[in-house]
Design a protein around this ligand. Structure first.
Ligand SMILES: Nc1ncnc2c1ncn2[C@@H]1O[C@H](COP(=O)(O)OP(=O)(O)OP(=O)(O)O)[C@@H](O)[C@H]1O
Length: 289
């Protein structure tokens, strides 16, 4: 364990090397989205990526998850030098993507069924995970009978139930209200502290980035490159509800915001605001006050 209570190991878990990705633009030309992106996420590290809207953060996770092949460069997800199989990677996207025709417990059991886990164990593990995310008593509810925050909890349980070696999360709490968001941040942090999966997390919310992460990478505007990687030297376990009171939080937020601000001033659009005091614009406002 490090002096800050982190369990980050020195072994690599996600390696990106000169990763470049291009999309075809509507006029038939080519748009450079990611350019020479290189970083290494260590085993059991909580690594967050922030950057202006449209800089390629989701594209980065789509490439990392294997959904997209990069135009050039590499992304490798490994454990002890072994390439991970697709089923060892967890990917939580902005939408909950639950199967509407399945109940909460059936949704959580689905990935176990695909992996051939026997029925009895499926039920046990799904029940345990629904309980861990605070959904006891909602096992037989369909997604439409759950609130947005509960659907998100269910989708987190559905991914964590198969204990992925690497967890990719793309703005999982973006659309939620501030209270639900803080509660879920606490849940995810507690689960991560127990299981210590390697995480790559995308957010527009600098407070969330600092509260959760070991390191935060700041991307430039499109084409997205890594502008800087900032160490978040705040002791763990962390109190997500009161983290903004720490003097170190304030200086880290200022440092991250200054890095981002230059990109936004370069004429790039900011990300969608996700509520008061969450998005880059509101972070700027709070710095000015
Ligand atoms: N399948 C696609 N085909 C063509 N262009 C795409 C495709 N997917 C994404 N893009 C473009 O790539 C750019 C980066 O998109 P991406 O969703 O990765 O950005 P982002 O940083 O996650 O944005 P945001 O923060 O707003 O969610 C955008 O200009 C988008 O229009």
């Amino acid at each position: 364990m490090t002096e800050h209570g982190s369990l980050v190991a020195d072994k690599p878990a996600v390696i990106t090397g000169n990763l470049t990705h291009r999309f075809q633009s509507p006029d038939g030309g080519v748009m450079d989205i990611l350019q020479d992106v290189s970083f290494t996420v260590r085993e059991r590290e909580f690594f967050t990526v922030v950057g202006p809207s449209g800089c390629g953060k989701s594209t980065l996770l789509n490439v990392a998850s294997g959904l997209l092949r990069p135009s050039s460069g590499e992304v490798r997800l490994v454990k002890n030098d072994r390439e991970l199989e697709q089923q060892e990677i967890g990917y939580i996207t902005q939408d909950s993507n639950l199967f509407p025709w399945l109940t909460a417990i059936q949704n959580v059991m689905a990935p176990l069924e695909i992996r051939g886990v026997p029925k009895r164990e499926r039920v046990e593990r799904a029940t345990e995970w629904l309980s861990l995310v605070g959904l006891d008593g909602f096992e037989d509810h369909y997604p439409r009978q759950l609130s947005g925050g509960m659907q998100k909890r269910c989708s987190i349980a559905r991914t964590l139930v198969y204990e992925p070696e690497v967890l990719l999360m793309d703005e999982p709490f973006g659309a939620l209200d501030a209270i639900t968001k803080s509660t879920l941040q606490k849940t995810v942090l507690e689960l991560w502290e127990k299981r210590q999966t390697s995480v790559v997390f995308i957010t527009h919310d600098l407070t969330e980035a600092i509260a959760l992460s070991d390191r935060v990478a700041v991307m430039t505007g499109r084409p997205g490159r890594i502008r800087a990687i900032v160490d978040i030297d705040i002791e763990r376990p962390r109190d997500v509800y009161n983290i903004t009171d720490l003097p170190s939080f304030k200086s880290l937020r200022r440092e991250l915001w200054q890095l981002l601000e230059t990109e936004l001033e370069a004429g790039l659009e900011t990300g969608p605001d996700t509520g008061p005091d969450t998005g880059p614009k509101s972070e700027l406002k709070s710095e000015e006050q």
